[in-house]
Design a binder for this molecule. Structure first.
Ligand SMILES: Cc1cc2nc3c(=O)[nH]c(=O)nc-3n(C[C@H](O)[C@H](O)[C@H](O)COP(=O)(O)OP(=O)(O)OC[C@H]3O[C@@H](n4cnc5c(N)ncnc54)[C@H](O)[C@@H]3O)c2cc1C
Length: 442
């Protein structure tokens, strides 16, 4: 829309009323606000924190895994197992490819790394925040920081205004709730949106931490802190049955285990923990049968009969892990010479290497979670424009939605997509939704 046209519209508007009020200046809120304003809407962002974009700066370890370069929408949505059927039309309007174009046009080209993860070429999340800030500023979005929205006031199936914790009231034709979930609450996302929506009659699927490290009390795990092992298989076992199985890289930490494999298994493990005890079992040689591994170790032992087992085993197993395994009480081979090891003891060692178990005690919680599992169920959202099915003038964006997805740039893409689609809708229907339409018809 030509700028002059947008100005004409503004002239006819009730100055105290906005076309769109966005609650929360995270990625989804900024995208919605910038897009609507670019189309000529009068937009206000209300942000609780004094400085906004805090979580965005943490993303991708400060490098911002901005999207996933899977450009086929259906293939992209395979990563949203429970909501893909709802999201197709939304993502067709603004896909990962559009994210590439959006940021490239604003002078921030993206580069692709393993698992199709895309990052800004500058490898700096600050640049992503800068681009988004420029996008809202350039389009004239008004931003009030340090303002916590306390409630949404609704009448006859329509949201009329928002009230702040200091009792100020702001009016608009449309509202967008972009307050995030509960992950990394120090960044501002403390679940306010869930509470406000629940009061309005929306269902909120109880939030639990997702994409989150797992904890254990086993000290040998803690002692391996910093060790990363590739091509391991981990099984999560409940009542003797392997319920979840993943293969990839595991990172040992001073509290338990982490790394993409663990983070992406966390949701299922959390659900198992709700039902009872969960034991993790690591197979360090997932592609090697027990008898084959036994043969390899026997070979190694045959060549090093007079050496200490602890000096020989690192020939097949990482040194730090060898030490841990050999010191287990029921293995107890750390101080033994190879020639003293019996066949039974060797077999026990092989079994241990293929089944290294420890009990999972929980997760690091919302403080260390990347996203929240839970929130507004897809059934209550009109995905054509991201509006609430209960309040058609209320958009629901980003982490507020109950949309399970893995790490790899999928969460931010959900924000860019939902923000863009809502912003487009709010900015496109100004004539019918705002009093300014009268002016424009004249
Ligand atoms: C450590 C970490 C790393 C991550 N890395 C990646 C990554 O590399 N790639 C990826 O795709 N995803 C990543 N994520 C996930 C991603 O950051 C989130 O999915 C995304 O930020 C969600 O955006 P949002 O707009 O929904 O909400 P948020 O970013 O959570 O923003 C919500 C905003 O709303 C404000 N707010 C809350 N309540 C109120 C209120 N009552 N009134 C006014 N304002 C309010 C908050 O202060 C905040 O500014 C990461 C998350 C974390 C925690």
């Amino acid at each position: 829309m030509p700028r002059g046209c947008a100005t004409m519209r503004l002239m006819g508007r009730d100055k105290s009323k906005y076309d769109l009020i966005v609650i929360g200046a995270g990625p989804s809120g900024m995208m919605a606000a910038g897009r609507a304003a670019d189309l000529g809407a009068r937009v206000l962002i209300l942000e609780k924190k004094k400085r906004y974009g805090k979580k965005l700066l943490l993303t991708g370890g400060g490098r911002c895994n901005i999207t996933n370069a899977e450009f086929d929408v259906r293939a992209f949505l395979e990563h949203f197992p429970e909501s893909k059927q709802f999201l197709y039309s939304t993502f067709s309007k603004f896909s990962a490819k559009d994210t590439f174009t959006f940021f490239e046009k604003k002078g921030l080209p993206l580069v692709v790394e393993g698992r199709k993860r895309a990052f800004p070429e500058t490898q700096n999340a600050e640049d992503v925040l800068r681009v988004m800030r420029e996008y809202i500023n350039k389009n004239g979005v008004e931003v009030k920081t340090g303002v916590r929205v306390a409630s949404l006031e609704a009448k006859d199936g329509k949201v009329m205004s928002v009230k702040t914790s200091k009792d100020a009231e702001y009016f608009a034709d449309n509202f967008a709730i972009a307050t995030g979930g509960l992950a990394a609450p120090e960044t501002g996302s403390t679940g306010d949106g869930f509470n406000m929506l629940e009061k309005l009659g929306h269902t909120i699927v109880p939030p639990t931490p997702n994409i989150v490290p797992l904890t254990t009390d086993e000290s040998w795990v803690h002692n391996l802190s910093g060790l990363t092992l590739s091509f391991m298989t981990i099984r999560f076992i409940q009542k003797g049955k392997a319920k979840v199985k993943k293969t990839g890289k595991i990172l040992f930490t001073h509290f338990g285990v982490s790394g993409p494999l663990i983070l992406n298994a966390a949701r299922e493990v959390v659900k198992l923990l709700e039902k009872g005890k969960v034991t993790a079992s690591i197979d360090m040689f997932p592609d090697t049968q027990e008898n084959e591994l036994d043969r390899r170790i026997l070979n190694l032992f045959d060549k090093n009969k007079n050496k200490l087992v602890r000096n020989v085993l690192p020939g097949v197993l990482h040194e730090a892990l060898s030490e841990v395994v050999l010191k287990f009480p029921y293995i107890n081979l750390f101080d033994r010479e190879v020639n003293s090891v019996t066949k039974e003891e060797r077999k026990r060692l092989v079994k241990k290497i293929k089944n290294l178990t420890f009990e999972i005690t929980g997760t690091l919680g919302f403080d260390k979670a990347v996203i929240t599992d839970g929130g507004v169920p897809p059934e209550e959202v009109n995905f054509k424009n991201m509006s609430s099915k209960i309040y058609p003038n209320l958009y629901l964006l980003g982490d507020i939605l109950n949309t399970n997805r893995p790490s790899g740039g999928f969460s931010l893409q959900l924000c860019w997509t939902t923000g863009w689609v809502a912003g487009t809708d709010a900015g496109t229907h100004l004539e019918t939704k705002s009093p300014s339409g009268i002016m424009e018809q004249i």
